[in-house]
Design a protein around this ligand. Structure first.
Ligand SMILES: NC(=O)c1ccc[n+]([C@@H]2O[C@H](COP(=O)([O-])OP(=O)(O)OC[C@H]3O[C@@H](n4cnc5c(N)ncnc54)[C@H](OP(=O)(O)O)[C@@H]3O)[C@@H](O)[C@H]2O)c1
Length: 329
């Protein structure tokens, strides 16, 4: 299958190439695409070098699928042109996620909504993906009433420039800033821009995308999203109120049986999920499972995942795998 990776020189795009290779996605011809400044540069896939091409050339080559991670405005402009040419686009930006005509998919939860006529498919926000993978099995059993979530997000979620900022600051080198403030030895309680209600766009993505993916707009979500000087993945503290009561043993069993979830919860031996352990893994790790003693039917949990993998590349490749397995490409 001909596959285009748009944004192939970026952090997510590079991970996309790695994940496509690792999972042995049946790529017969790879088209790495990036901005005009990268045309002719080389990227590596399965030990071979491929030259970066421009958007027009990629469309002319008619790949079956194009996986976009090149930012929202690029996607708004180019995804419809790929789609018009019959190419299925899986998009990592926020451009199409809340468009009611576009599916927003986490394969473990709602791949069943996909049809052959879906030509632009949205990959959710990284912090939303790991949260819903962990919470969906509990929602099915107990019904979620409300989620209060606070995130501790890796600089890799901002892209190459942010990783460089952190590494430069560690070395004492003055360089380009991805954030308004230093990130090393700091915590920044702002991810994406502020919206009119005082929340950031990232926080509102967690609110809106959760309802869309879980197909239940009665779930109430409130989020505080925070950037920390970490690289391996995003962490989340979630306080989840259910409609029906639970036992911790049953919660643990449900999570242990859930696809894509690994329970790491052994407080006697100080075992819990951490980004340094989640790094380069595809799973969503959950731990610190405990009752909220201040409120009935409420659970506290800690959720960690590599945002570049399940939060971006792995989820997108799993969507492509699903489409391929159902003959929808
Ligand atoms: N990082 C995450 O955890 C994460 C998770 C989910 C989704 N995303 C989304 O994925 C996208 C990329 O994120 P990233 O972290 O990989 O950023 P990044 O490291 O800055 O990479 C951006 C990529 O987009 C390409 N690009 C930029 N403008 C373009 C244009 N006009 N035409 C074609 N290609 C263009 C860049 O090419 P050049 O090298 O030529 O500039 C580069 O390959 C964003 O939409 C982001 O919101 C990121």
């Amino acid at each position: 299958m001909k596959v285009a990776v748009v944004g192939a020189t970026g952090l997510v795009g590079t991970k996309m190439l790695q994940v496509l290779a690792e999972r042995n996605f049946p790529v017969t011809e790879l088209l790495p695409v990036a901005s005009a400044r990268s045309i002719g540069k080389e990227v590596e896939f399965k030990g071979k070098k491929y030259k970066v091409v421009g958007m027009e050339d990629a469309i002319k080559a008619k790949p079956a699928v194009a996986i976009f991670s090149a930012g929202g405005s690029t996607s708004l402009e180019w995804a419809p042109k790929f789609a018009e040419a019959g190419i299925t686009v899986i998009d990592n930006s926020s451009a199409w996620r809340m468009d009611p005509t576009k599916p927003l998919v986490v394969p473990e939860i709602n791949a069943d909504i996909l049809t052959a006529s879906d030509k632009i498919i949205a990959n959710p926000n990284c912090s939303t993906i790991q949260m819903v993978v962990a919470l969906n099995p509990l929602h099915k059993k107990y019904g979620i009433k409300r989620i209060v979530v606070s995130t501790y997000q890796s600089v890799t979620g901002t892209g190459v420039k942010a990783v460089d900022q952190l590494l430069n600051e560690r070395k004492g080198v003055v360089g380009e800033m991805a954030y308004k403030y230093p990130i090393d030895l700091n915590v920044i309680p702002q991810i994406d821009v502020f919206t009119e209600n005082g929340y950031t766009k990232e926080e509102m993505k967690m609110v809106k995308e959760t309802a869309k993916i879980m197909r239940d707009d009665t779930i109430r979500v409130t989020a505080t999203t925070v950037r920390i000087p970490v690289m391996g993945g995003h962490s989340e503290s979630a306080n989840v109120e259910f409609l029906n009561d639970f036992t911790l043993d049953e919660v643990r069993s449900l999570l242990e049986a859930a696809p894509g979830v690994v329970v790491v919860d052994d407080t006697a031996n100080a075992k819990y999920p951490m980004p340094m352990d989640a790094h380069e893994k595809d799973d969503v790790f959950v731990g610190r499972l405990r009752r909220d003693e201040s409120q009935d039917k409420t659970l506290n949990m800690w959720i960690v995942s590599d945002n570049l993998r399940k939060g971006a590349a792995t989820n997108a490749v799993q969507i492509a795998e699903y489409l391929n397995s159902k003959g929808l490409l």
